[in-house]
Design a protein around this ligand. Structure first.
Ligand SMILES: Nc1nc2c(c(=O)[nH]1)N[C@H]1C(S)=C(S)[C@@H](COP(=O)(O)O)O[C@H]1N2
Ligand SMILES: [Mo]
Length: 327
């Protein structure tokens, strides 16, 4: 794997993109945020420190390889190149570990073994799965999807996992199940990282879908990325991937999936409802109050600042699959 150091100007532009929590409680948190040192771990003072930091980054991405994967031909590629693994692995949103993109090191503290996923609520066959059960019960496939954050940056990522529909078929929701709530791992004693006070934020991170959205062919549970188990910074060992919606809909490190009859409260929608809708479909004509959505910054290759400006596609380019859900 090539070593690529994200250059300082990426961190500068990151700094210009105000993270949502900072915006929300700016006065209260600004001091702590600056004190935390944005990008500190990849901008070390000596080459010795630099190499240990980059070695740690590389090893955080060296996860056990997944075998017996089929490459789903319908999602083998998109109109742009796959983002380099080393870039995707150091430019993350995972607020449990802090309010910057640079959380990969802190995220290594996430305890992923053992890992259980409770599937419950309005279903005929509730079940708590061990992560290994999920990986053997459902055939794993690779899907290359566009990935788009509401902050207007984008990537292309080769996920490995199984369609959400497969889990729906296994647990058989009853006719009163209308929505699904997904809950991320949260334990304030274990998660060490947030640089701001946790008490006032609506943990755990939760997201939700209408059951028809979850049953759509595109809705995916990822257990892997780039052919191996998910790195912790990407939401190991199980995360949601909803490619036609903004990235915040895809909760990481899922521990619970509940079939319910009412629209669930979700993390960002609870914090800043006028900025983060429940639906959150990628839409170039519907600007976010702080980020125009007309174009996106596509992150593909390092080193050097290389984000290409691209036009945003409605439903992130997946309208043929999902537009009918919203007509
Ligand atoms: N539990 C949890 N899941 C989360 C987030 C988070 O902060 N916590 N951030 C979301 C946002 S805003 C984005 S853009 C994606 C980022 O995924 P990546 O870091 O794997 O690219 O994760 C989403 N899932
Ligand atoms: Mo995001």
């Amino acid at each position: 794997m090539t070593l690529i150091k994200i250059p300082p100007h990426w961190e500068v532009s990151e700094n210009q993109i105000t993270p949502p929590d900072i915006y929300f409680k700016r006065r209260r948190f600004l001091k702590t945020f600056i004190g935390a040192g944005i990008g500190a771990s990849l901008l070390p003072l000596t080459s010795c420190q630099k190499s240990s930091s980059q070695t740690a980054l590389e090893s955080s991405l060296q996860r056990p390889k997944l075998t017996g994967i089929t490459k789903n031909p319908a999602f083998a590629k998109v109109d742009r190149p796959i983002t380099e693994e080393i870039l995707a692995g150091q430019y993350n949103n995972f607020y449990e570990f802090g309010g910057t993109k640079n959380i990969w090191l802190k995220a290594q503290k996430l305890p992923t073994d053992p890992w259980k996923v409770e599937v419950s609520g309005l279903v005929k066959n509730p079940k708590t799965y061990d992560i290994e059960d999920l990986k053997t019960k459902f055939p794993l496939e690779e899907r290359v999807y566009r990935f788009r954050c509401v902050e207007a940056w984008s990537m292309v990522l080769p996920w490995v996992g199984f369609p959400m529909k497969a889990l729906i078929n296994a647990v058989e929701p009853t006719s009163s199940a209308k929505f699904v709530r997904f809950t991320s791992f949260y334990d304030p004693d274990v998660i060490p990282g947030p640089t701001f006070h946790l008490g006032s934020l609506p943990w755990p991170y939760q997201e939700g879908l209408r059951i028809e959205e979850m049953a759509n062919e595109l809705a995916f549970f990822a257990v892997g990325l780039y052919g191996h188990d998910l790195p912790k910074q990407h939401g190991a060992p199980l995360r949601m991937v909803i490619p036609w919606k903004y990235g915040f809909k895809g909760a990481k490190s899922i521990v619970k999936i509940e079939f319910i009859d009412q629209k669930p409260a979700t993390y960002w929608n609870t914090l800043v409802p006028n900025e983060y809708s429940f639906e959150a479909n990628v839409n170039p004509n519907k600007p976010h109050p702080r980020w125009s959505q007309a174009t996106e910054k596509f992150i593909s290759k390092g080193p050097g600042l290389s984000w290409d400006i691209k036009e945003t596609l409605p439903y992130n380019g997946y309208g043929e699959y999902v537009a009918s859900l919203y007509s």
